[in-house]
Design a protein around this ligand. Structure first.
Ligand code: DHB
Ligand code: FE
Length: 283
């Protein structure tokens, strides 16, 4: 059942939490490469100048842009906005040379340190958690198909109302978040529930832009994964459900054909099951 507090999730609440999660993240800051900063900043500004000219942007529209940028920052919505509208291209560039498991965007709702299990897990969830039960399993391998021992498979996803723990109110801390450490057979198995589609909060600045532009604010239902192992390139991915709403029309443009699951009724008779393997590129 959806708790009433969940229904009160707001853009400012999710934004604040997503900004705090981002601030807590380890980031590599190398020395400043002035030539690269200049080249990227110049091209970005020129792209914006070109838009102003092409669309004959007015002072009223320029002021609306300033007000909008200020409010995105004030409500902490930058992680939400950027991960929906920009991250998919950063991911495309970063992972262009991968041969193994296909990646996609991380989004703003990853938290490291979820409860860890060996080989299999019933994902932490509330008593009577709503949603179709799902057995999600597979094997972490190298590019030749040999199982990887000691890989960490991290899973996080929204609940049956489309909300993430630690970002919407009223949900237990690690709800629908877990990690599995594989053994010598490289196998992992999560017992969880199928998430619902996710709606970008409509009451904030990102929602205001989406509605002013006449777009829709939905992402298809998805499982988030991070798979890492010693000596391997980690992969961050998402998996979608064949035929699900918005799979063909994701606001974040993060769906790829390799990422579509086709679950079948579970052998246990309870819900569905699906197998998905992660071949990892060498580091
Ligand atoms: C956003 C939310 C997600 O759950 C996701 O996977 C990607 C982006 C967002 O609100 O920005
Ligand atoms: Fe998500």
């Amino acid at each position: 059942m959806t708790s009433s507090t969940e229904v009160n999730a707001t853009a400012a609440g999710s934004g604040r939490n997503a900004t705090a999660a981002f601030a807590a993240k380890e980031r590599s800051a190398g020395p400043v490469d002035h030539a690269r900063v200049s080249a990227i900043a110049t091209d970005a500004l020129h792209a914006l100048h070109d838009v102003v000219r092409r669309h004959q942007v007015t002072y009223a529209e320029y002021d609306a842009l300033k007000a909008w940028l200020i409010s995105v920052g004030e409500t902490g919505e930058w992680p939400l906005f950027l991960d929906v509208f920009v991250e998919h291209i950063v991911e495309e560039v970063a992972n262009a040379d991968r041969k193994g498991a296909v990646g996609t965007i991380e989004g703003p709702y990853y938290i490291p340190g979820a409860p860890e299990f060996a080989s299999e897990a019933t994902v932490p969830m509330r008593e009577g958690e709503a949603g179709t039960p799902l057995l999600f399993q597979g094997t972490v391998t190298d590019l030749d198909g040999a199982p990887v021992d000691g890989a960490l498979v991290e899973l996080w996803h929204a609940d049956d109302a489309g909300y993430y723990s630690q970002f919407a109110p009223g949900i237990p801390e690690w709800n629908l978040r877990a990690a599995i450490r594989t053994g010598a057979d490289g196998h992992y198995a999560f017992r969880t529930i199928q998430p619902a589609p996710y709606q970008i909060p409509t009451d904030g600045s990102t929602g205001a832009l989406i509605s002013a532009a006449g777009w829709h604010p939905w992402r298809p239902a998805h499982l988030h994964l991070k798979v890492s192992a010693p000596g391997k390139q980690p992969v961050t991915s998402q998996l979608y459900f064949d035929g699900g709403e918005y799979v063909e029309d994701d606001v974040a443009q993060a769906v790829k054909p390799e990422l579509i699951l086709r679950p079948a009724p579970a052998a246990s008779g309870e819900g569905n099951e699906v197998t998905y393997d992660f071949p990892l590129d060498p580091a």
